[in-house]
Write a protein of this length. Structure first.
Length: 382
């Protein structure tokens, strides 16, 4: 789930407005056998991905390999992506929804089935992960996993120790969800993802409830907890916290695993004396899968298939993981991943931690509306 970076904009050649990205009619040319799209389809591709979620060399590498020019735009919430998809005419050829959103978007008919003959690198994917994903995408018909991660606690080691005398407090969601604890961090900066579809289930899981409950009374239990800590939250945002942590302006963030580790790396590179770490609390955390899918009205479907296939190359998948610190589903990429990432138990959780992770199910529309209303009230303090 992921997040906008200056280098992204540097290589993104935006030739048209987002609403009409490269609409040149329905050219669906085949491949010429070389793996490159045939000339019948314009050599353009419009990608909509999470910010800070791809290696710097991946898109240029694809462009060089195929001659396809990529327009690369970013978002930082599933809700924003879904609004564009459901409205239709997004102009994008490849999008990256999280699995829980993908399931209902499939039901809404916004994607075209994948032509698996054009994605031979599907053979590189983890069969167990594909089987789990198939629960929401039967037969893995519409999407391919890109990266995955967890939603946990990112924190400034020194400021946590200063407030509590120990770093051990980050091992429990009590640090975040008990007002008396979060109050101690108000002045050094607390931020939470602006994503009700993840935060409310996380609180429910912490409370021992079903994180996928559709019962309004149960959901309100989580919201009551969030209202109790609201006075100590500086803001709700799903991308700014990376720089906030890295620069020492934020001391605690409920955020995505790879984002927090990117913040750690930025602080280390800046040598600014800020030390960042990430925790999967003992109570467990949300595990998410971000998926590659092709909208039904994509103008460049062959190029889209070629791009997805390229991302599943072991060396490309490993480069993305090494850059953004999110694990990938390509089993043949594992030996190419930096040992410091491959052996990090907050990136690749061991079995006993995996057992405490939970996933999200498709929520009915009335629950989505309830989430949205309650979240708006929470953020505005109404």
């Amino acid at each position: 789930m992921k997040h906008a970076s200056g280098w992204m904009l540097a290589f993104a050649v935006v030739v048209m407005g987002v609403g009409g990205c490269g609409r040149d009619g329905d050219n669906r040319g085949g491949h010429d056998g070389s793996g490159k799209p045939a000339a019948a389809e314009a050599k353009e591709l419009n990608v909509y991905n999470w910010s800070d979620y791809i290696a710097a060399g991946t898109v240029p590498g694809f462009e060089q390999a195929t001659g396809v020019k990529v327009v690369y735009d970013v978002f930082d919430s599933n809700e924003l992506l879904e609004a564009k998809l459901l409205a239709g005419g997004s102009g994008y050829d490849v999008v990256v929804p999280s699995l829980s959103f993908l399931g209902r978007q499939i039901q809404a008919g916004v994607f075209q089935p994948l032509d698996k003959s054009k994605i031979p690198n599907l053979a590189n994917l983890d069969p167990a992960m594909m089987a789990r994903i198939a629960q929401q995408d039967p037969g893995n018909k519409y999407a391919v996993p890109y990266l995955w991660g967890t939603t946990g606690i990112g924190y400034n080691i020194d400021k946590i120790k200063a407030a509590f005398g120990t770093e051990d407090v980050v091992n429990s969601w009590d640090l975040v969800f008990k007002p008396e604890n979060l109050a101690k961090l108000k002045d050094c900066g607390v931020t939470i993802l602006d994503t009700p579809s993840e935060i409310i289930p996380t609180v429910l899981h912490y409370l021992g409830e079903d994180p996928n409950s559709t019962d309004p009374a149960v959901i309100l239990r989580a919201v009551k907890v969030l209202r109790g800590i609201r006075p100590y939250i500086r803001n709700f945002h799903s991308s700014q916290y990376i720089d906030g942590l890295a620069k020492g302006n934020v001391c605690l963030a409920v955020g995505w695993s790879g984002d927090v580790l990117q913040a750690r790396d930025r602080a280390d590179e800046a040598d600014n004396g800020v030390h960042i770490a990430y925790s999967i609390p003992k109570e467990g955390a949300l595990q998410f899968f971000d998926m590659l899918a092709i909208p039904k009205d994509a103008v460049h479907p062959d190029n889209a298939h070629a791009f997805i296939n390229y991302l599943l190359r072991p060396e490309v998948a490993a480069a993305n993981t090494n850059f953004v610190s999110y694990p990938n589903p390509v089993t043949t990429a594992t030996p190419l991943i930096d040992a410091a990432i491959r052996d990090n138990k907050t990136i690749y959780p061991p079995p006993e931690v995996q057992a405490r992770l939970f996933g999200l199910k498709i929520m009915p529309p009335e629950v989505d509306r309830l989430y949205t209303r309650l979240w708006t009230e929470l953020k505005t303090g109404q």
